[in-house]
Design a binder for this molecule. Structure first.
Ligand code: NAI
Ligand code: MG
Length: 331
């Protein structure tokens, strides 16, 4: 069966690493139809939109997508809105899933194997901000429906893993929003016997990720907390160059490296392509091709064991050398 996959390279090193993810999938055999779409800051500057309607339409015809990264300005630019946030909303990609696993590199902690499941559609990311110049207010929206939905996905993942679920919140300070989230997740978790459930406050969680990360299996939390904690967790096991993510919905899933467009290293062929390649492995899992997903992860591990490390991992290997090594280990 042929899989139709959208390829959205985006900006900066997105264009340098995504081709290696595509090459990795191609190396597994001729069952792919790749279609490219435009997205991001360059696209905005050329066309006036960061997310053209054609790209949205294209995604509607695909099973899944590989996305690189986009550059976003940190201040308001008229007409610009983050295209990845827009896509998460457009396709209701309600779960952001990030595996955090020990890697055979000097900077990785040992015995870490967790999955961070972050609610991806609401919380503070509804972007309802207002300001009169003296007081600025942001609304944080938590719904029972979205909390139960993410809770279900987290429980299903936990059942396939070590059956331990950690709910991260701050209900001591935010009893309405975080309380609703916690109660909703607990309610659905009760439908999954055999899971052990614990709650950890988000500040304690930031500490415990450093102190005893090996304790955690599946971690479920709200949007902003998950964004922050998953970047912290990525740093425990080798950093952004090794961190993949999936945005999962009911009809589409978009897989992307956690990192951004990395303007500081763009154009030098030193970006680590492994986060993008590991995102392709997640895409394989999503399509039900878990054996091939495992093959790709094994090829990545073999590449690292060989000592072929990009500069972010303390080595000197180029993007090309790392990408080619993965393909070599696949064959
Ligand atoms: P970043 O992830 O692009 O870079 C942070 C640091 O990590 C930089 O020093 C960079 O060189 C390094 N790095 C990142 N990926 C790497 C890789 N694959 N190999 C080697 N080194 C790597 O985050 P930053 O600098 O905060 O943001 C840069 C731009 O990316 C901004 O415009 C931001 O809005 C955007 N961004 C986009 C994301 C997305 O599209 N999902 C996510 C995060 C940031
Ligand atoms: Mg982030």
């Amino acid at each position: 069966m042929t899989h139709r996959i959208a390829v959205l390279k985006g900006d900066g090193i997105g264009r340098e690493v995504v081709p290696w993810a595509v090459a990795t999938l191609q190396a597994l055999g001729p069952r792919w139809e790749f279609v490219e779409g435009e997205i991001g800051w360059d696209c905005f500057q050329r066309t006036g939109t960061a997310l053209p309607d054609e790209t949205v339409a294209l995604l509607g015809t695909c099973e899944a997508a590989l996305f690189g990264a986009v550059s976003s300005p940190s201040r308001r630019v008229p007409g610009y809105r983050s295209p990845i946030v827009a896509l998460r909303r457009e396709f209701n990609l309600y779960a952001n899933v990030r595996p955090v696993m020990s890697a055979p590199v000097p900077s990785s902690r040992r015995d870490v194997d967790m999955l961070i499941v972050r609610e991806n559609t609401e919380g503070l990311y509804v972007q309802r901000e207002r300001s009169d110049g003296q007081t600025a207010v942001a609304e944080r929206v938590i719904t029972r429906a979205a909390s139960e939905r993410i809770g279900r996905l987290a429980c299903q993942q936990a059942l396939r893993r070590r059956r331990h679920l950690t709910i991260v919140h701050k209900a001591n300070i935010l009893p309405e929003t975080c309380g609703l989230f916690r109660d909703a997740v607990r309610r659905v978790a009760a439908e999954y016997p055999g899971l052990t459930i614990e709650e950890v406050l988000v500040d304690t969680m930031a500490l415990r990720l450093i102190r005893d990360p090996e304790h955690f299996d599946v971690v479920v939390t709200t949007n902003l907390f998950g964004d922050i904690l998953s970047d912290e967790a990525a740093m425990l096991v080798g950093g952004l160059g090794l961190a993949p993510a999936g945005n999962i919905g009911d009809t589409l899933a978009i897989f992307e490296p956690v990192h951004g467009s990395a303007p500081d290293i763009v154009g030098r062929n030193i970006a680590n392509p492994l986060a993008a390649i590991l995102s392709a492995a997640m895409l394989l899992d999503y399509l039900g091709e878990t054996q091939d997903g495992d093959r790709v992860r094994a090829a990545v591990t073999a590449t690292l064991r060989e000592g072929l490390l990009a500069p972010d991992l303390g080595g000197q290997a180029t993007t090309t050398a790392v990408g080619e090594a993965v393909l070599r280990h696949l064959h």
